[in-house]
Design a protein around this ligand. Structure first.
Ligand SMILES: Cc1ncc(COP(=O)(O)O)c(C=O)c1O
Length: 405
């Protein structure tokens, strides 16, 4: 029987292959150090959990909630943008709460895309950026992820040669998986380009608060006039270590926010009210929770860069995000990222995310998530050191046979 139209557009997650190996190694007793999935391991700050527990006692909060987010929550998100980016938002028309930023992004794709619409999407990137649109019948045109002068010539070509002309451009800085960051000057050029060609800009700013070099990532909405064509998505998952709570936001252009709000009003009743109240409490906090989360990732980053480097696996220090994006050591590169990731599970008890899972341009890389503690990151480095130093003898066949292909 032929597979359903939509399901055919959703091939099995590449990461599943590594996950399956990981599960079977664990079932066999192996202690796998999991740097694969970007699933924050830190507990949500206690005051946020306490707020949830308090509010849930009130039966009035057990009813259906508000799909676009309770007013106080939308006001808190607008206040965050004012404080952090000096961007003024109308909480009634320019802010909508989403069930995590992933849901918001996917439903925005649903709201704005007609079959055959062309979307400019970085490669490699977080999978929903492409699949959100592929599910709705959109067509992806890959662009480079580097936020520098190499970014624009392919965009100009895309506008000139795509039929129909591209509908939207996706940005994601700090980038998952590459950890690249963008400057405000880059965003100014992006907005000028988008306005010139009448293209919608969708910016995924999930890592707005996870940065390490004292340099907070800007919002594209800081660019004067960006509001005319832009929506930006943020997430509480990483900022407050609340991934399971499913709370995020879309903010920006009123017409786009209204389109997303309309679609969502047909699909959901919003997050559980106690979650929305606790999220409001978190956003209105003094920022100390965020600073604590950031400093944990910072220390882990430093430990990873140092210990992996010493182990012979060079990891460039990411300036932001909870990921490092590392080139596969030379002698394994020909294997491709999936085979290399499988080898790491089988021979080094370390799980990573193969770069190919983020797009074809990622295949020479693996992504390492900072979701294990410092001690276990050092242990992963020791395992990898052993793996790399014995590979020439123990995996003679794997290395040399493939190298000669
Ligand atoms: C770039 C990016 N966007 C969105 C998300 C999803 O976040 P949320 O939990 O808010 O749906 C992630 C999660 O890893 C991410 O890396």
């Amino acid at each position: 029987m032929e597979e359903f139209h939509k399901v055919r557009r959703l091939p099995p997650y590449v990461f599943e292959q590594v996950n399956r190996l990981k599960a079977s190694a664990r079932a066999g007793g192996a202690d796998i150090i999991d740097l694969g999935m970007g699933n924050p391991d830190l507990p949500t700050p206690q005051a946020i959990v306490d707020k949830l527990c308090e509010v849930v006692q009130d039966p009035r909060t057990h009813r259906y909630s508000s799909s676009k987010g309770i007013p106080g929550l939308r006001r808190a998100q607008a206040a965050y943008y004012a404080r952090r980016f000096n961007v003024k938002l109308n909480p009634d028309t320019q802010v909508v709460a989403t069930l995590g930023s992933k849901e918001g992004f996917a439903n925005m794709a649903q709201a704005i895309t007609a079959p055959g619409d062309v979307i400019l999407c970085p490669n490699p990137t977080y999978p929903i950026h492409a699949f959100g649109f592929l599910m709705t019948g959109g067509v992806i045109r890959s662009i480079t992820v580097e936020p520098d002068e190499t970014f624009f010539p392919p965009l100009e070509r895309a506008v000139k040669h795509s039929i129909p002309k591209p509908l939207a451009l996706i940005l994601n800085y700090p980038s998952n998986p590459t950890a690249m960051v963008a400057t405000l000057d880059f965003y100014k050029d992006v907005i000028a380009f988008a306005k010139k060609h009448d293209i919608i800009v969708l910016s995924d700013l999930a890592y707005s608060e996870i940065y390490f070099d004292g340099n907070p990532p800007p919002s594209v909405l800081e660019v004067p006039g960006a509001m005319d064509c832009t929506v930006e998505f943020t997430s509480m998952s990483k900022t407050f270590s609340m991934p399971g709570w499913r709370m995020g936001f879309a903010v920006g252009n009123e017409r786009l926010i209204a389109a997303l709000t309309r679609v969502k009003s047909y699909l959901d009743y919003g997050a559980f009210t106690p979650i929305q109240v606790a999220a409001t409490h978190a956003l209105n906090g003094d920022g100390s929770d965020i600073a604590e989360v950031r400093s944990v990732y910072h220390r882990r980053r430093d430990v990873m860069v140092e210990s992996f480097g010493k182990a012979g696996f060079e990891v460039p220090p990411p300036a932001a995000t909870m990921f490092a994006w590392a080139k596969i050591p030379e002698k394994f590169r020909h294997l491709g990222s999936l085979e290399f990731s499988k080898l790491l599970v089988e021979k080094a008890d370390v799980a990573v995310a193969p770069g190919i899972g983020f797009g074809e341009m990622g295949d020479e890389y693996v992504r390492l998530a900072l979701v294990e503690n410092e001690h276990r990151i050092r242990q992963a480095a020791r395992n990898i050191k052993k793996f790399l130093s014995t590979a020439d003898e123990t995996m003679h066949n794997v290395i040399s046979l493939n190298a000669h292909r």
